[in-house]
Design a protein around this ligand. Structure first.
Ligand code: SF4
Length: 289
C-alpha cells in the first residue's frame, strides 16, 4: 500500500484495510493537534486511489473492513464519494463495512439523503471529534464549531442510520475550566446520543500552540487526579442509554470501559477506588498518544 506520510486511525480499525483518500486534514487548526501539521491537505488522485484499491484486492482479501484516511475523508464531495464507495464494493467484495473520520463541517456539507445513500453503499461508521461541549473551550482550541453545530451534525449522522463514534479530550479546559468542560461535554454527548464515546486524555504536543502554552505556563494542565475527577464529572453528566463508553486509550490514567447507562455506577465506583488510592494509575512514562 502506498501511503503519503504517517497514517492515523482509530484503535478499533486495527484490522481494517487503511485506504488513504485524502492527505492531512482540511481544517488543521486545532491548537492541541499535531497529527497532520507536516501535511498540506490534498485529495489523492484517482490513479493513487486506484493503485491502492488494486493492491488491497490482491493482498488484503481476508480483511472485511475499510477505513478511509486521513483526517476528514468525508470532506470529499458527494460526487467523489459515490464512485469511490461503488468502486470499493466492486473491487473489494469481501468488504462489509467502510468507516472514516468526519468533522462537523464535512457532515454539514452532506444532506441527509446523501448520508443515507453513502450508508446504502457501505458507510457504516463515522468517527467525529467533539473534543469539548463547551463553547469557550471550542473557541480557544480553534475547533471552528459550537456545541450546537456539533449536536446537529451528530444527530444527522444518527438519523441517517450511521454508527456515530464521538471522541472527547480530558484536560482540554485546563485546570481553570475543568469542571465547566466536564459538565458541558456530558450535556452535549447526551444530546448527540452517539453509539460510542471515546474519552482520551490530553498529552500536549510540542510544536502545537497548546503545547507551547503548557511550556510557557499560560495553560495549566490538570494532574492525574484532577483528570480523573474531570472524567467522573463528565460521566455523571452523561445521560445516555446503550452507548459504549471507552476511556482505555494509551493516553488515559485509568483504563475503563463499559456500557452506559448499564455500567455507569460500576465505572464511577472504579474511578472512586482509584481516587482513594485503591487502584494504581498508569505511570506518566507509560502513557502514549
Ligand atoms: S483535531 Fe481533527 S479537525 Fe482538528 S486539526 Fe486535528 S485532525 Fe483536523
Amino acid at each position: 500500500m502506498n501511503y503519503d506520510g504517517n497514517i492515523i486511525r482509530p484503535p478499533s480499525e486495527a484490522d481494517s484495510i487503511i485506504l488513504q483518500v485524502t492527505v492531512g486534514c482540511s481544517h488543521n487548526r486545532c491548537t492541541f493537534c499535531g497529527a497532520y501539521k507536516d501535511k498540506r491537505f490534498r485529495i489523492r488522485t484517482d490513479e493513487e486511489i486506484a493503485e491502492n484499491i488494486a493492491f488491497a484486492a490482491r493482498y488484503c482479501i481476508r480483511q472485511h473492513k475499510v477505513f478511509l484516511a486521513d483526517g476528514d475523508a468525508l470532506i470529499l464531495s458527494h460526487k467523489q464519494l459515490v464512485p469511490l464507495f461503488s468502486r470499493i464494493r466492486k473491487e473489494l467484495p469481501q468488504v462489509r463495512r467502510i468507516s472514516l473520520y468526519g468533522n462537523a463541517k464535512a457532515i454539514r456539507s452532506k444532506s441527509l439523503e446523501e448520508l443515507r445513500e453513502l450508508k446504502s453503499l457501505g458507510l457504516d461508521r463515522i468517527y467525529m471529534g467533539l473534543e469539548s461541549g463547551d463553547d469557550t473551550i471550542l473557541r480557544q482550541i480553534h475547533k471552528g464549531e459550537t456545541a450546537d453545530s456539533m449536536i446537529s451534525a451528530g444527530r444527522k449522522v444518527a438519523e441517517a442510520g450511521i454508527f456515530l463514534s464521538v471522541t472527547v479530550l480530558l484536560g482540554l479546559g485546563g485546570l481553570v475550566l475543568s469542571r465547566q468542560h466536564a459538565v458541558a461535554t456530558g450535556r452535549v454527548l447526551t444530546e448527540m446520543a452517539p453509539r460510542q464515546i471515546a474519552a482520551l486524555t490530553l498529552m500536549p504536543m510540542s510544536g502545537t500552540p497548546l503545547g507551547d502554552a503548557v511550556k510557557n505556563g499560560s495553560f495549566q494542565l490538570p494532574d492525574a487526579v484532577a483528570m480523573l475527577k474531570e472524567l467522573r464529572e463528565m460521566l455523571t453528566s452523561i445521560n445516555c442509554d446503550k452507548v459504549q463508553f471507552m476511556a482505555n486509550h494509551a493516553s488515559n490514567y485509568l483504563p475503563i470501559s463499559g456500557r452506559l447507562g448499564r455500567d455507569k455506577d460500576a465505572i464511577l465506583a472504579t474511578i472512586d477506588r482509584a481516587l482513594s488510592g485503591g487502584i494504581a494509575l498508569t505511570p506518566e512514562a507509560y502513557r502514549a498518544l
